[in-house]
Every structure is written in C-alpha cells, then in structure tokens.
Design a protein around this ligand. Structure first.
Ligand code: MTE
Ligand code: MO
Length: 467
C-alpha cells in the first residue's frame, strides 16, 4: 500500500461525491473509498463526506466510533494529508465540509432544543391557530437537511414481487395522479416528554420536548395507493405475504407502516408534495414526504426517495430500537426491544397553550384558557374537560369548529375555555376524550417509560405560569 504518499487538501477536494474515485479523510489520513461503497452498511451515504473529513458525520452516526470500523477503513488508506496543509498537525476546521451547511435559515420564534441536527418546537402562535404556518411548524431531524435538486429527484418504487422497480419524477407524482388535500396533525412520539419527566420525577432519555412537538398543516399530493397501483401492485387483492410498506429518506432515515393503512383509500396516506398550498420546504421534506395521517409522526418520512413492499417490518433502528413503549419498570439495561410493537396509532392527547386575561370581558378577574386536543387513528375529539380547582370539579371547554379535510379527523381540535380567575396557586388541568371514549391518564408515574414516549397524562399548569 502506497502509504508514504502526501496529498494537498486541494487535490482531496477534487475527489468529491461525484468523482470516479471518492476519497475521505480521517485525522490526517486519506482513504480511497471507491471499493468500500458497495459493502458499506450505510450505503452511499458515506459519499456525503467524500472530498472532505468523515468525523463530522461519525459524530452523528456514533455507531462508527468503534475499532473494528476504523480497521475496515484502514484497508483503503492511500496516504496522508500534506503536512504543509495542516495547522498544529490537524486539518484546519475551515477546510472540513460541514454537514449542516445546507440547513435552511429558520424562523427565530421556533423554540430550539438542538441546533445540529435541528430540533425545535412550534412556538405558542403556531399552536393556537388551526393551521400552523410552515415557518412555525415544529422541526424534528435526526441528521442534516439533504439538498435535493428537483431535476434529479427520483422516487423509486419496489412492489416486492421481484419485478423491475419503477421510478417517478416530482412532475409525475404531481401530474399523473389525482391530487388529494387533507389537513393532518403531526405529533412527535416524544411530545410532552418534559412534562413526563417533571410529573414522575424520573428522567426519560431523549429531547426534553414541552407541548410544542406537534403542529397541524394542509398536505397535498397523490395517494400512495394510486402510485403503487401504477407501479403494478394489485391494490384491490394484494398478495398476503407483503404486509409492510417501508419508506427511505435521503438522509438515511427509514421506517415502515402496515400495508392495510396504505391500501385503504379512506386512510388518506399521501406522498405529500405540498404543505399549506406551497412546495414543501427543506425542513419538512422537499421535494416529497410520506404523510401517514393518524400515525405517530416518525412514520411520515421526509425526503422520501424509495418505497418498498416487504414481508416484515423495517429493520431500521427507528422501527426496532426506538419509538416503542415499555412498562415503567423497564430500563435501557433490562429491555428486550423485540417484546413491544413499534408505535403507529397514538393515544388521546391534550395540552394547555395559553392562559391570559379575557379582553372581551369587563370583569378583571376573568381569564381565557386555550389549547389543543388530538387523538391518533383519525379519531375525533368529542369532549375537552377543564378544571381550575386542581381537578375537584370540571367543565367543558368550547371546541372550535374548524374545517377538517380528509376522510377522518386527522387534525387536532383547538379549544377555548373562559372562566373566573382562581387563586394564583391553583392548577388549570385539561383532559380530552376521543370518539372511542378513550381518555388521558391523570398522572405520569404509571405511564413513565425510559424512552419518554406517548406522554399524555393530564396537562396541569399553575395559572401564574402562563399569564
Ligand atoms: N424523516 C426523515 N427522513 N428524517 C427524519 O429525521 N424525523 C421523523 C419524521 N420523519 C425524520 C423523518 C420524526 S421523529 C418526526 S417527529 C417527524 O418527521 C417530524 O416532522 P417535521 O420536522 O416536519 O415536523
Ligand atoms: Mo418524532
């Protein structure tokens, strides 16, 4: 192996993702990864680092930080970075490509939990109008925002019977098929995890989302069912062995949903090409995202470029090792991940978003409480109960009569409650009931789980907190 060679950074940069022989750096070592790409478990995503350093990526894909991975890479060593190009023996930061450099500029009122990757809650103004504006829609990324050119975008469909794959351009998806418009709420499985931590006194792992990892938008695009039919799949009498539909995102995120959800035209599963009447933005999946209404938002894969029909559900970590609910006794050390199904449909939820003085009322002691209520599976919210005396007595909030588009109630209901202002140390509490008469548990202790998912106990807020 020609390990005695030195390369200028300038020359390394030429060996980018589109070159015949892509190279990467790790430390001051240079590797030609051309022959590794085929067998790299993460596939071509490693090309994202070509022409530059692999460390920023391996900081995100921490699975690589192991000696055996380093040893595999060593086989492809071709030399070192020219010492003249190093500063203090290291490749200068400025010449290392930043995976997040293509991330969009975001609205400053988003409530940012982490910056890279971006995880941000919708602010109160995004949670108090039926449609959340696209700029204020919460953002939940596992990686960077992929840069996808409309002209080169292709959706590949594999119907799982060994026949040739079919590909579709964005134009195909928008012109060859009837377009459907639905309103649908996306809620992260971790929404209200911070409330769960506080309420139970036990910290669950994961981002400490408040009540803002949820938003509602209008989505438009073809039914996935129609696209599968066009690709040659018998949607009316499907073969019994293919039970799952897997979505792959350009950022390497992937997950699946049961095929029955997709094949029922009344379940409104879309390949969304538009959000709130406009082309999707980078943060929300441009050019195409799967939109699986009624399911936990983790299944609505952004930047989706490949869809496969499978016998078994996705083997990805987001299907198998995350987004599952366990008993309050289980911990990361005791857990048998295979013992629980992944989250698809979700339980009934509600939260208080504002408590403020009532401007429309002359009495200075009157107040307005507002919030949202939402249930999975398209189940409508039929009642919202509010208490202003720590749960001793209850009254019903007014559910706003918003127009829901789609075959079921895929969107949240916003509610308003006007009442006398109780003493400052009282708690306002909300709980909602969906059309299956499911209600929320009164406290977090019994539903605590180490991943902090499905946090839907009554939302309690001291009235002096939100004024
Ligand atoms: N799709 C891809 N490709 N990559 C992701 O990181 N995050 C998922 C889902 N789809 C994710 C994804 C999760 S966990 C959530 S909650 C929603 O997208 C968030 O969607 P939003 O950012 O549009 O609000
Ligand atoms: Mo999520």
């Amino acid at each position: 192996k020609a390990t005695g060679k030195f390369f200028k950074l300038e020359e390394i940069r030429q060996h980018g993702p589109d070159s015949d022989r892509p190279w990467i750096m790790r430390g001051n070592k240079v590797y030609d990864i051309t022959d590794w790409i085929e067998s790299h478990p993460g596939g071509k995503v490693i090309l994202r680092a070509a022409g530059s350093a692999v460390e920023p990526y391996w900081d995100i894909f921490t699975i690589h930080k192991k000696t055996d991975v380093y040893q595999i890479l060593e086989q492809y060593l071709i030399g070192h970075v020219d010492p003249d190009d190093l500063v203090d023996g290291q490749v200068p930061k400025g010449s290392i490509e930043d995976p997040f450099s293509g991330d969009p500029i975001r609205d400053s009122s988003l409530v940012v939990l982490t910056d890279r990757p971006c995880n941000a809650e919708s602010p109160m103004s995004g949670l108090t109008s039926f449609i959340t504006s696209t700029a204020l829609f919460y953002v939940r990324h596992h990686f960077w925002v992929p840069q996808i050119a409309k002209e080169s975008y292709k959706m590949t469909i594999d119907i799982g019977d060994g026949s040739d794959e079919k590909t579709y351009t964005l134009r195909d998806l928008q012109t060859k098929f009837p377009q459907h418009t639905i309103t649908a709420t996306l809620q992260c499985s971790g929404n209200r995890r911070a409330h769960m931590n506080e309420g139970s006194g036990r910290d669950a792992s994961g981002l400490k989302w408040g009540a803002g990892a949820i938003s509602n938008a209008e989505w438009r695009g073809p039914l996935l069912r129609d696209v599968l039919a066009d690709a040659g799949f018998d949607v009316d009498s499907p073969p019994g062995d293919l039970q799952h539909v897997e979505f792959y995102g350009e950022d390497t995120y992937s997950t699946s949903v049961p095929i029955d959800k997709v094949l029922d035209p009344r379940q409104d599963v879309l390949l969304a090409c538009e959000m709130n009447g406009e082309t999707l933005t980078g943060d929300h999946g441009y050019p195409v995202r799967a939109l699986v209404p009624g399911n936990t938002a983790a299944r609505s894969v952004k930047w989706v470029n490949r869809i496969s029909l499978l016998e078994d559900e996705s083997q990805s970590q987001w299907q198998q090792r995350d987004y599952k609910g366990f008993g309050p006794n289980e911990t990361r050390d005791t857990i048998d991940w295979d013992s629980a199904p992944c989250i698809q449909d979700t339980p009934v939820q509600s939260a208080i978003t504002t408590i403020r003085p009532d401007q429309n009322n002359d009495r200075s002691d009157s107040m307005v409480v507002e919030g949202y209520a939402f249930s999975g599976g398209g189940r409508k919210i039929v009642r919202v109960d509010v208490s202003i005396d720590n749960g001793k007595t209850w009254t019903q909030a007014k559910i706003e009569p918003h127009k829901h588009l789609g075959h079921k109630t895929w969107s949240w209901s916003l509610w308003t409650h006007r009442c006398r202002r109780p003493p400052a140390d009282s708690c306002v509490i909300v709980k909602a009931v969906d059309e299956a008469y499911n209600s929320q548990p009164d406290s977090f202790g019994p539903i605590w789980n180490f991943r902090g998912v499905l946090a839907n106990a009554w939302h309690r807020v001291r009235i002096d907190k939100l004024f």
